[in-house]
Write a protein that binds this ligand. Structure first.
Ligand SMILES: *Cc1c(COP(=O)(O)O)cnc(C)c1O
Length: 362
């Protein structure tokens, strides 16, 4: 099989996004022949022995990388994290009960919208007053809420919780854009969920890691497809799981383990973020858009002080092989997404362009 040569593109895409080169190579090989079986990963049953082993491995690697307690369960479902926004109130909110949410951006807002359809939804903290450019702190979570939901990293606005809230009620977190980027204490969470396509794999799978003790408690009648307990009882095979997305996620999880797990990955990510934010702060042409203490290690958002220079800056970074740093339409400017697989060398390439630009136009 021929594999395309290593590309020279520095891929800053916000999601779907960069994955490790070696994962692409293994994933490409498995499309043609899965582990010498003579069959493609795309043509085997999800109930075949090879796929059962892939699913089991992916599930155990999720727990291992996050150091999850033994009794926590893992399922991989389709539907994206956005389906999770709907499933969470279904699985955790009592009929007539209420939920507490922190609103720190577009994805948090969408989760709130879904919860409101299910029942009373209290927004206990929000940073909407400043276009979500900071993380609210020191807010109270009512002890009579059925659960508390927050978004650990705000992909669009570039903010990230550096310390997680302390919740008196079961805590649920959308970690779509920073799962496996740092160690977390899983036991503090009733449920962590994440769409695969930012730090774990390709689009198409969403991982749910949860303490089963908090499920099946609401008395709400659930469609089996919306019931996390049902998916767990069927070991993520109630219906056909997203086979290929789970396979490629498993390869990426193996790669993260080979790097030394989430503590080692946190160090790599910190070095990348330091390098980029250092340039943003040092070069007067650039300005970060978020509160400094809440800056995301995954998605760095910034603008040019003189927007008229954007076309000049754009030409420079494109010429350097940089891709995907255009900011989201709700923030403008630029967003550099530095997910786990982005190498430090790509950040250096970006900083070189920024320095070059500053020398000419500063
Ligand atoms: C991308 C993203 C989502 C949406 O994921 P889908 O898989 O498109 O539904 C949700 N939450 C966060 C934090 C995200 O970054």
């Amino acid at each position: 099989m021929t594999v395309a040569t290593q590309t020279k593109v520095h891929n800053y895409s916000a999601g779907p996004c960069i994955l490790p080169r070696e994962v692409f190579e293994k994933a490409a090989q498995a499309v043609l022949d899965l582990d010498g079986s003579g069959l493609s990963i795309l043509e085997i049953s999800h109930r075949s022995k090879p796929f059962e082993a892939i699913m089991a491995k992916a599930q155990s690697l999720v727990k291992e990388l996050l150091g999850a307690p033994e009794h926590y369960q893992v399922v991989f479902l389709g539907g994206g994290a956005s389906m999770g926004f709907h499933m969470i109130p279904q699985n955790y909110m009592k009929p007539g009960g209420k939920a507490a949410y922190a609103n720190t951006g577009e994805w948090a807002s969408r989760a709130i919208k879904e919860s409101k359809l299910a029942g009373e939804t209290l927004v206990v903290a929000s940073s909407e007053d400043k276009n979500f450019n900071y993380i609210p702190k020191g807010f109270a979570i009512p002890t009579d809420a059925d659960y508390f939901h927050f978004t650990s990293n705000n992909t669009i606005f570039g903010t990230q919780y550096k310390q997680f809230p302390k919740s008196p009620v079961p805590m649920i977190c959308d970690m779509s854009s920073d799962i496996f980027s740092r160690p977390v204490n899983v036991a503090d969470f009733a449920l962590i969920y994440a769409g695969a396509q930012k730090n774990m794999g390709p689009a198409g799978a969403t991982v749910y890691l949860f303490d089963p003790a908090h499920l099946g408690k609401t008395g709400r009648k659930l469609s089996p497809m919306m019931d996390l307990n049902n998916h767990a009882a069927k070991d993520s095979m109630y219906n056909t799981p997203p086979v290929y997305a789970v396979y490629v996620s498993m390869l990426t999880l193996e790669w993260m383990k080979s790097l030394g797990g989430s503590a080692a990955i946190e160090k790599r990510n910190a070095a990348k973020a330091e390098l980029l934010y250092g340039a943003i702060d040092r070069l007067p042409l650039f300005k970060g858009t978020t509160a400094v203490e809440d800056r995301s290690v995954m998605n760095a958002t910034f603008v040019l002080n003189d927007a008229a220079l954007e076309p000049t800056f754009d030409a420079l970074w494109k010429e350097a092989g940089i891709s995907g740093i255009r900011g989201h339409r709700s923030v403008g400017g630029y967003r550099a997404s530095m997910y786990n697989a982005l190498p430090l060398a790509s950040v250096q390439a970006m900083v070189d362009v920024m320095e070059q630009f500053a020398q000419k136009h500063g």
